[in-house]
Design a protein around this ligand. Sequence first.
Ligand code: ADP
Length: 455
Amino acid sequence: MSDTQRFNRVLIANRGEIALRIQRACRRLGLETVAVHSEADAESRHVREADVALCIGPAAAARSYLDTDALLLAARVTGASAIHPGYGFLSENADFADAVEAASLTFIGPTGASIRQMGDKITAKRAMRDAGVPCVPGSDGPLPASMDEIQALAADVGFPVIVKASGGGGGRGMRVVWNAADLAEAVTLTAKEAQQAFGNPTLYLERFMQKPRHIEIQVLCDTHGTALWLGARDCSLQRRHQKVLEEAPAPGISPAVIAEIGARCAEACRKIGYRGAGTFEFLYEDGIFAFIEMNTRVQVEHPITEATTGIDIVCEQLKIAQGAALAIRQEDVVTYGHAIECRINAEDPFSFMPSPGTISRWDLPGGPGIRVDTHVVGGYTVQPYYDSLIGKVIGHGATREEAIARLRVALAEMRVEGVSTNLRLHQDVLADPRFQEGGVDIHYLERWLAERAPS
Ligand code: ADP
């Protein structure tokens, strides 16, 4: 280990494609990898390819990938001195980040305090507003106790409003209210649900944007005061708040407007002392950006930013965690062309029910501008215990049209047998004239699915 390195062996507290993705970045930087896995994942590729692998528990995530004690013990017995949490699982758990550092290990991500600040939506919004990041108009803090005051607040913001749980996540703990008559009941119900689901009944309220797009800004921050933004992604194609297809940059929004928002995000990071990779999520409607939340981890859709900027985001996360200063300056960040990611899930193409089972055929596409991130190999069994993502196909081209064209060829080349997938859905979306125009809102996919007859 050189003098400047804090660690030379990284435990990856995750599974699936992201575990492999992180392994590749570690290898690229000459770092050794420790894979941890559940009993159900013993045969996985991330386990086979790691320098050291350890089973940490049974299939249920709560007793393996979410078990802090088991992960810390695994780090100790394998001599890993850093932990990369990936996405999902414990990646945005402030107590886990604190526990890792309390065990004198490096957490590859922001501090527990940053995760906590951004995990609470009220404190996150307040921090963003203070840093000059535009936010959805609404209550400045928790809702007052008196219903009269809540009514006055909502009237001020203007109906429709959305009542949201401060501790909410995963698209849960929110309710749209169209008029004053329905407000009191919505507040009572949402507070009750929030208490049950998140152990915190605190609510806030904001204007409900009716046809927004989901636009997000990727940031990278080192521990020497440098914060960069790496362009925007458009993740408006969603079903039940789950992203299905993402693209970079956001079609039809001028680079100057993105640059202005990007600079504010970077400024906010400097102000709160943020470190590592992160994403600012915005709703965008009628030319207005409104911050909704920050994700304090690497995201599933990071490859489209990597494709357009040429920056390896996971390698940068590792270098930042080693204490290195970012070698890139904002003026060096130039985006080229357009990239689109299709999330390939093992699921029924119409009911969207997960489709676990053994994959008997797995032929991957290739060619210029095509990247596939997957942990799947022929004969792999998709487990029922975890999410159904089996791979990501990313197409990059000089223009959006070229990216779409390359992806259409790639998806047509891909053959998956043994489980159902949403490949066909992606092909149909890419062929859809309205999608091809660009700039659809976050409800477009669900409207389109409702009209689409099974065939
Ligand atoms: P979560 O952490 O649960 O994902 P978010 O605050 O990111 O919560 O909101 C999830 C989704 O809910 C958004 O992507 C958007 O579809 C919808 N949403 C949230 N706030 C608003 C709003 N003010 N207006 C319209 N839709 C909203």
